[in-house]
Design a binder for this molecule. Structure first.
Ligand SMILES: Cc1ncc(COP(=O)(O)O)c(C=O)c1O
Length: 463
């Protein structure tokens, strides 16, 4: 039985063993009914004291993971395997390499891939494949499944207070295609496009791709600095992430939201509201959307990449009424329509309540990961500054005196850590060189602890 126990780890030996043993049981790598090595043999194998093993076995017995049978030993309790780990187990036994990459994944915007609700999803999928009418396998309308659009409208009303007509929604292949669609539909060459600086690099490139003239607007601790917007201009586009600025994590205060809407009204402009991860808010209640304040001025963009899986490639855009027909036409010429079967599966998955259940479960997981990450960063780097509100799937950390240039980022990657700097997304370069974006969606607490310790060693020149 393989465990990685490190003596110079910041975690106590018992905790390391506890976490790893628990993970193996939940993933089905050690199955219900299996007998564990005796405390003596486990201690010898790992080179740790027997008391440590006894402590872990007792704790996990109290938690219900293990059972002790007098004279027979310690066994894994039946039925502990987590539903969504079941398939992973068969992948593991076929080809261990496919199980998970060896990297510690601090990339932003990745949800917990191992927690995708495979069992429930495949049940719904089986039903859709087996019982749908033949028409579903033919060409569809460019707007996407009407069933999904209705379900999304109801979902947005429940969780974001958005009131919208399903006829204003277009289903896209992720938010990325929603931006592409909007760029093609409303950004002609020379059109002024205001964007936050920093902004996701790919989104900026899409917005300039149809000839838009990109104008960066600085972001401060509260998000886009609305007082930097000029007033002597007409018909502009303004792209914002008001619920959780990417990557700096600010939540745009109410006053600035009002100012944005006023700007759009006075200058006859359109706002693109990218609401990519607002379901994950860890304290307080979310602000209402810009779309709710001014549906005729705002194009609202949402995605299922963060709350479910980016592999589904399902996002959506809500268009103001006067722009919808043109946008539908653009979608037709982009790819006719996004793949329909996954749309119908998703519609049923949401309608049966599975999505909200999954999001609630994930929110707890991410909150724990976030707290663990911040705790460990502050412990290892007392000078560090943590940036970003308590929401989403990432934080930014500023390391005084460090420059994360390409060479240093390469060393970090070569040591098994996937992470990006803020500077990559900055338009005006130089301001964020000491800042890293730590995604905490696709890593567990042990990986977070290991990853932070590894970064410390690298920065101290010990790797
Ligand atoms: C701020 C932001 N918006 C939108 C997206 C796009 O997500 P997708 O195209 O997977 O829906 C991303 C991707 O990471 C992002 O960072």
């Amino acid at each position: 039985m393989w465990f990685e126990i490190e003596r110079d780890h910041s975690l106590p030996l018992s905790w390391q063993l506890h976490l790893q043993l628990k993970e193996k049981i939940l993933k089905g790598m050690i199955v219900g009914g299996q007998r564990l090595p005796s405390t003596r043999s486990m201690a010898e194998q790992l080179g740790i004291s027997r008391n440590t093993v006894v402590e872990v076995y007792e704790q996990m017995t109290a938690e219900g993971y293990l059972q002790t049978k007098l004279g027979a030993g310690t066994f894994v309790t039946d039925g502990i395997l987590l539903d969504n780990f079941r398939l992973e187990k068969s992948v593991m036994t076929c080809n261990r390499k496919e199980e998970k990459s060896d990297y510690i994944d601090f990339r932003s915007g990745f949800p917990a891939l191992a927690s995708f609700p495979r069992m429930v999803w495949s049940k719904v999928a089986k039903d859709v494949y087996e019982s749908s009418a033949a028409d579903l396998f033919g060409y569809q309308e460019p707007q996407g499944s009407e069933e999904l659009r209705q379900v999304i409208a109801a979902y947005l009303y429940r969780i974001r207070g958005i009131e919208c007509d399903p006829a204003s929604i277009i289903i896209t292949s992720g938010a990325t295609q929603a931006f592409q669609l909007v760029a093609k539909a409303i950004i002609e060459p020379g059109r002024v496009v205001y964007v936050e600086d920093p902004i996701t690099k790919e989104i900026r490139e899409i917005l300039s791709g149809t000839g838009g003239s990109i104008h960066p607007i600085a972001v401060d601790k509260d998000g886009l600095t609305t007082n930097s917007l000029p007033r002597n201009i007409q018909h502009t586009i303004l792209s914002v992430t008001p619920s959780h600025h990417f990557p700096l994590g600010a939540i745009l205060p109410a006053q600035r939201r009002i100012e944005l809407i006023q700007f759009a009204e006075e200058t006859d402009s359109i706002i693109l509201e990218d609401d990519y991860d607002s379901e994950f808010r860890y304290n307080g209640i979310p602000f209402s959307t810009l779309y709710s304040l001014a549906p005729h001025r705002v194009v609202y963009i949402g995605t299922f990449s963060k709350i479910l899986s980016p592999a589904l490639r399902i996002g959506y855009v809500i268009m103001p009424k006067h722009l919808i027909n043109n946008a539908i036409q653009v979608k037709r010429y982009l790819d006719y329509h996004s793949p329909i079967l996954n749309q119908v599966i998703l519609a049923r998955f949401i309608a049966k309540g599975h999505l909200e259940k999954h999001v609630n479960k994930m929110r707890k997981l991410y909150k724990g990961n976030r707290e663990c990450l911040i705790r460990n960063l502050q412990k290892n780097f007392p000078e560090i500054r943590i940036i970003g509100s308590s929401s989403g799937l990432h934080i930014v950390a500023a390391f005084p005196g460090i420059e994360f240039n390409e060479k240093l980022l390469k060393v970090i990657k070569e040591n098994g850590i996937l992470i990006q700097g803020v500077e990559r997304h900055a338009i005006n370069k130089g301001k964020y060189a000491n800042q890293l974006i730590f995604g905490y969606g696709n890593c567990n607490e042990l990986e977070i602890i290991r990853g932070v310790a590894l970064i410390k060693k690298i920065l101290e020149g010990k790797m």
